[in-house]
Design a protein. Structure first.
Length: 499
């Protein structure tokens, strides 16, 4: 819900809006329309002046940014200018500007975009400032910024009006700087390991590469429905077949599912595939990549997220799903073989299968983990050897055909990544696709579809391959110490206000 305002506050806002528009009309009448300004040359930014005052002292500079405050001293003003790098104080005096320019500055509003020229100095109170010799209005703000002390705190309004959020809440910008740095780190890490970055289709004729409900759109020229991708996996593995042995894509993924603090309908992943590697290599890569990102961006392996102290120091726990269930629930699934015995184990701890799920040993094992164990995983933990039933694209374990060479990585109860020793047997793959098709026919709209072209690709020969998908958004949530995915997506999906 947005913050409610009283009728009196609404009247005040209406008056402020009208006053600002009247000021704009007057400027236009005088031939000084601020929106006609096309360029302003600046020679410095606030942060570099404040960080290197000795180099800038007494030097003339030209700055541009948003007017954030004004303090009227009669014949002079102190003001704050915010640019791309931070804020700096301005000293504006009638004796320096002249009566006309000073009068113009006096009428400008908080939020206006301005340019100033002057020399750098330090006030008697020690504040690094710019003593202005000229000022210019570059763009008029017709809407007031949120009130100084209460700011913009309503979450829905912050997400809908991210532009205002970025202006008045400086810590928000830091979150997105961390996001940008993390993506840059991922690219650098993979590029340095010889991976090639590619782009694959967002629109597909089938939904594949994951188990999720897709978005469906219509291609007018072809007169056919198409699916927005739920993963980049199948196209990337086609490229490994084609001889690109190390390949990755950082891309937007779309899933028509629920929304909560960990899920947004569109989100960003990095998927990577390496020929002649397996899921153990992928564990090494993820651990090195994420711990390295923490050290590079934050300067430490230790951080706090969702009320927990997290330690990303390399050497993370690696444990099979069955052993994790045994460790936390006392249930030994490896000691039973029948579906019926597995059902009894699950029932003993109050775990039941979701509607539509087949009553198999593998599904019972997975649900025990998903419903009762995942919530206990705080420190970085690789959960390995998932059942075949929930891993249609992973290679079977040579030791136990009920299991696959797969892992998911959990930190603070959140899945951060998913990886396989990739299934490269086209016959087995087709059978698993067929199983997904049957589940879909029974009403499971998250089940996958048959991808005949991918089977054809596998028939040409996919080398032994390790593959991994990593949730960019959740990694950034952790590094930035925020609890909602909407905090790390600049423009998260929102229900229209009038809906």
């Amino acid at each position: 819900m947005s913050q409610e305002i009283t009728p009196e506050e609404a009247a005040d806002i209406s008056e402020i809006l009208q006053i600002r528009r009247d000021k704009l009309s007057k400027l236009r009448e005088e031939g000084r329309d601020p929106y006609t300004v096309t360029k302003y040359t600046r020679t410095a930014y606030s942060a570099e002046i404040k960080d290197n005052f000795e180099l800038w002292e007494e030097k003339n500079v030209s700055l541009a940014g948003r007017l954030m405050s004004k303090r009227d001293m009669g014949k002079a003003f102190f003001a704050d200018l915010m640019d791309d790098k931070g804020r700096i104080q301005l000293y504006v005096r009638v004796n320096d500007l002249g009566e006309e320019s000073f009068g113009e500055f006096k009428r400008w509003d908080i939020g206006d975009i301005i340019g100033v020229e002057g020399f750098v100095f330090r006030t008697r109170r020690g504040e690094i400032s710019v003593h202005c010799s000229s000022v210019k209005l570059l763009s008029k703000s017709l809407l007031p910024l949120p009130e100084k002390f209460h700011g913009l705190t309503d979450q829905e309004t912050r997400y809908r009006q991210r532009y205002v959020d970025l202006i008045v809440n400086p810590e928000v910008r830091r979150t997105f700087e961390i996001r940008s740095s993390f993506i840059r780190h991922v690219r650098s890490y993979l590029d340095n390991r010889g991976y090639m970055e590619v782009e694959t289709p967002v629109l597909n004729t089938i939904s594949g590469g994951a188990t999720a409900r897709p978005f469906i759109t219509h291609h007018n020229a072809l007169d056919m429905d198409m699916y927005m991708r739920i993963a980049t996996e199948l196209h990337l593995k086609r490229l490994v077949v084609g001889g690109i042995e190390r390949v990755y894509e950082i891309g937007r993924i779309f899933r028509n599912e629920g929304m909560d603090t960990k899920h947004n309908p569109e989100f960003t992943t990095v998927e990577l595939y390496e020929a002649y590697a397996d899921f153990n290599d992928m564990m090494d890569i993820f651990e090195e990549m994420l711990s390295g990102a923490a050290m590079d961006i934050l300067g430490t392996y230790k951080l706090r997220w969702q009320g927990q102290d997290i330690d990303l120091t390399p050497g993370w726990e690696r444990i099979s799903m069955a052993d994790a269930v045994k460790k936390y629930l006392g249930l030994d699934f490896m000691a039973v073989t029948s579906d019926e015995d597995a059902a009894e184990l699950a029932k003993s701890v109050g775990v039941t299968l979701p509607e539509g799920k087949e009553a198999t040993w593998g599904n019972y094992l997975y649900e025990c983990f998903d419903q009762r164990v995942e919530e206990k995983l705080i420190q970085p933990t690789f959960i390995t050897m998932h059942p075949v039933d929930v891993s249609p694209l992973a290679k079977r374990s040579a030791k136990d055909p009920r299991l696959t060479e797969r892992f998911e990585i959990f930190i603070c109860r959140s899945e951060m990544g998913n990886a396989f020793s990739e299934l490269n047997d086209p016959i087995d793959q087709k059978q698993r696709f067929q199983k997904q098709v049957e589940m879909r026919a029974k009403g499971d709209d998250e089940a996958g579809m048959m991808d005949e072209d991918f089977i054809t690709a596998l028939e040409y020969g996919l080398p032994p391959t390790g593959g991994m998908g990593i949730g960019i958004d959740r990694c950034v949530m952790m590094l930035a110490g925020v609890d909602s995915i909407r905090e790390v997506i600049l423009f998260p999906t929102m229900k229209p206000i009038d809906a």
